[in-house]
Each structure stands twice: as structure tokens, then as C-alpha cells.
Design a protein around this ligand. Structure first.
Ligand SMILES: [Fe+2]
Length: 453
């Protein structure tokens, strides 16, 4: 990635170098970072007076009493406490960003759907106004379920900040580069990387290279975590070391600023006279991350048959039911196919989970045509799907030699809840009306006589 100058007036912690410039490696660590020496108190969290006249404040991402392994909180040492970063709220309209429950009576969500990439328009769009909700699931008010969005961003937020009290955002860029200037540091993000922005974190989004397009999974429920690896052991899949958390960075800037807040599916604005990105130092384990999807080490079949796609889980957000995720984030990336006497692509199936897929780049093996980079597909709860006829015929007859599947990177947001299409997804986004027909030409081969056909 090209090094980009910091925003003017931004002071960032030093001390990291090389591949980790500006970031601290590790997932779920208890980090500490300060942009000015001595900003962090030692041996306690809340001294009678903090260095530099800073205010101490705790940001709690879990209930105080959450079990130790899940408990997440961060102590911030900031120029002003967060109560100074909000005033009275006014409701505003952000018409394309929907929250569950959002069941449109005029839309049929039952079906297999696929969309071409949502095109950019001439309209200047920010991170907030450029969010286009495709599906919602569950209920934002009870903190279960999710929403999937496509973002189309052409304009940086200026003297404008945002936070979602509703959700953690998983960001999957497909085009362009964005910078997330957050209370806890700066994340620069480009395609083949993802970012996780925790609930309640204040940030603004700048366009480094536009236009920018990508996907967002808005997680209303428990935070994303690394999946258990079971017998795989201590390595492979997503390794904790490859997650990067930004070092502290702050700005001491007086300017009339607008803060937009998403709360229980509604949007509100409030005005303040300074930047809220004023955390000089922080320590804790509730923080933002980025992760390079190219560091994902896939594990798969090395003799025959095909494990369930859950083998490709990068992150999982649990629900109250063990093993049944609120959301799994799954990655289909370059890999070797070596299984013998096996139908190698994903098999035909029906699933209680509902599966929204996005194509970051390349070709997806079960659907070589039609699923374009930037495109989206949805296979909803208990809706059958699988390879189209060409993919089936090819995979049924290909020589069983080791084959490298290159030029491929797709992901899936899979949830235990049915996903409801928004009006935008059903009526404005470039829906492929003929997607369902991709299975039309599958033949009946059965003739009652033994032998493979
Ligand atoms: Fe599937």
C-alpha cells in the first residue's frame, strides 16, 4: 500500500515500524498505546488527575459482568470526555440505510437472487449517505441478527463523524481505498483487506482513492471472534497475529462538527464545536482491527470429498445457541484442489442458514459465469442452490489432477436468520432476473439402469 500522509494536525503514536507501521499485531490482545509520552497512567486506570489534563473514560463493549474470556473494554485518556462530543439530538433521514426488522410487504425475499455490481452515480456520497442496505435479518432492538450493505463512497466526511450504537461493522472493500480516522487510531483499508469497527466507536471516513465500493456486514449481536479450530489445532485459518489494531492518534481541532449516530435503527445528528477524535492514549481489548485476507491459510480436502464450507470461516459472531452463529464470515480464496474421485465444487444443498455472498475479484467455481466482481448473491433460508449445469458437467468430467484455483476471492455473510430484501435490493439494485434459470438446463440422467452417467 502507498504510504499516505496523516490528516493535518493528527498526532500518532510512534514506536512501531516495518510491516506494522501504525498498527499493533494480534487479535483480542490487551493493547496499550499513547500518542504523547506519559499519557497513559501506570498501575491504575483512574488517577485523581491524569497527565496533560486528560480525562479518563471507559468504553465498555460488553456488559461489566461478561465472562472473563468475552469481557471487552478500553480505557481512553482524552482531551474532553465523550459527554462533550454530543449535544441534543435531532432525527435525520438516511433513507437507504435500513435496520431489521424491515419486512417490505411488496418484496418477495423467498428465492435465490443475484445482482450485478451496484454502479456509482454522480451524486457525492459519504460513508453514511452512500450506504445501501441489501438485506436485514433479526431485530436491531434485541441485538440479534444483521444487515448486509453495499457502500458507494465518493466523498470524505469533513467535520463530520459517525458512530453506530446498534452494531459492529465488518467492512469488505471491493474497489477504492478508504481511511477510517477513529477515536482509537487510523485504519487505511483497500481491497483484499477487511476492517472491524466496534459498536460505539466514533470515526470519520476519508476517501484515499475513489470511487470506493464494498460490502458491509452490520452485526447487531455478539462481537465477531475467531472460530474454534477443533482438531485443526493451534494454527491456520485466520491467525491472530495477522490482525492489526491501530496505534493511538488524536487531533486537537476546534471546528463546528456534526456527529451522526445510528441508534435502534434511527439516525440522529448533534453538533459540537471540536473534533471528537481526541483520545491521546488508550489501553484495553475493545478496539478496531484490520486484517489482510491474503494471510488466511485455508484448510481443505487432501484426499476425497469436500468439507462443509464452514472450514473457510474467518470470523464468527456467536448467537445464544452453541455452534449456530448469528453470523459467520467465510472466505473462498485461491487454493489447490487435489481431492480424488470427488465432485470438487460446492455440492448442491439446502441450508437452515441464509447465505449472502459477494465477489471481491475473480471467478467463483460453482458459478463461472454471471457472478461478477462487485456482485452479490443471496441463497436464503432453506432455498436449494448449487452448481449451474456447466459447472456440474465440467466438475463431473474434469481429470482428477491437482489443480490450482487462482484468481478467486469471494466471501459469505451467513446467518442463522432469514434475510429480507430491502426495496432497494428488489427494485433499484441491478438484480439479474434470470439467475434462477441457471439451473434450468440441468438434465435428468437417471434411466433406471445401473452405472455412472
Ligand atoms: Fe450454500
Amino acid at each position: 500500500m502507498t504510504e499516505q500522509a496523516l490528516p493535518s494536525g493528527m498526532v500518532r503514536a510512534t514506536g512501531t515500524s516495518g510491516p506494522h507501521e501504525g498498527y499493533m499485531p494480534g487479535f483480542g490482545n490487551d493493547f496499550e498505546t499513547e500518542a504523547l509520552p506519559g499519557a497513559l497512567p501506570q498501575g491504575q486506570n483512574s488517577p485523581q488527575k491524569c497527565e496533560y489534563g486528560l480525562y479518563a473514560e471507559q468504553l465498555s463493549g460488553t456488559a461489566f459482568t461478561a465472562p472473563r474470556g468475552q469481557n471487552e473494554r478500553t480505557w481512553c485518556y482524552r482531551i474532553r470526555p465523550s459527554v462533550k462530543h454530543v449535544g441534543r439530538f435531532t432525527k435525520i433521514d438516511v433513507p437507504y440505510w435500513k435496520s431489521a426488522p424491515n419486512v417490505d410487504p411488496d418484496v418477495i425475499s423467498l428465492g435465490q437472487y443475484r445482482w450485478n455490481p451496484v454502479p456509482h452515480s454522480d451524486e457525492p456520497l459519504t460513508w453514511v449517505t452512500g450506504m445501501r442496505t441489501m438485506t436485514t435479518a433479526g431485530d436491531v432492538n434485541t441485538q440479534v441478527g444483521m444487515a448486509s450493505h453495499i457502500y458507494l463512497v465518493t466523498q470524505s466526511m469533513e467535520d463530520e463523524y459517525f458512530f453506530s450504537a446498534d452494531s459492529e461493522l465488518l467492512v469488505v472493500p471491493q474497489e477504492g481505498r478508504l481511511r477510517f480516522c477513529t477515536e482509537l487510531g487510523i485504519i487505511d483499508l483497500e481491497p483484499k483487506e477487511i476492517a472491524i469497527l466496534p459498536r460505539g466507536l466514533v470515526y470519520r471516513v476519508e476517501v484515499l482513492e475513489g470511487p470506493a465500493r464494498g460490502f458491509v456486514c452490520e452485526n447487531y449481536g455478539q462481537k465477531f471472534d475467531l472460530p474454534g479450530r477443533g482438531p485443526i489445532g493451534a494454527n491456520c485459518l485466520a491467525n491472530p497475529r495477522d490482525f492489526k489494531c491501530p496505534v493511538a492518534a488524536f487531533e486537537d481541532r476546534d471546528a463546528k462538527s456534526r456527529v451522526v449516530i445510528k441508534w435502534c435503527g434511527q439516525f440522529h445528528e448533534t453538533f459540537i464545536d471540536h473534533s471528537p477524535l481526541d483520545v491521546v492514549g488508550w489501553h484495553g481489548n475493545y478496539c478496531a482491527y484490520k486484517y489482510d485476507l491474503r494471510t488466511y491459510s485455508p484448510v481443505g480436502a487432501i484426499l476425497f470429498d469436500h468439507p462443509d464450507p464452514s472450514i473457510f470461516t474467518v470470523l464468527t459472531a456467536p448467537s445464544g445457541q452453541e455452534g449456530t452463529a448469528n453470523i459467520d464470515f467465510v472466505l473462498f480464496r485461491e487454493r489447490w484442489m487435489v481431492a480424488e474421485h470427488t465432485f470438487r465444487p460446492p455440492w448442491y444443498h439446502k441450508n437452515i442458514m441464509s447465505e449472502l455472498m459477494g465477489n471481491i475479484y475473480g471467478i467463483y467455481d460453482a458459478k463461472p459465469q454471471g457472478f461478477m466482481p462487485g456482485g452479490t448473491s443471496l441463497h436464503n433460508m432453506m432455498l436449494p442452490h448449487g452448481p449451474d449445469r456447466n459447472a456440474f458437467e465440467h466438475a463431473s468430467n474434469e481429470p482428477m489432477e491437482p489443480a490450482f484455483q487462482g484468481n478467486t476471492m469471494q466471501f459469505m455473510f451467513e446467518t442463522r436468520f432469514p434475510q429480507h430484501l430491502t426495496e432497494f435490493a428488489a427494485k433499484e439494485a441491478p438484480l439479474q432476473d434470470d439467475y434462477i434459470d441457471c439451473w434450468d438446463s440441468i438434465e435428468k440422467k437417471f434411466d433406471g439402469k445401473p452405472g455412472t452417467k
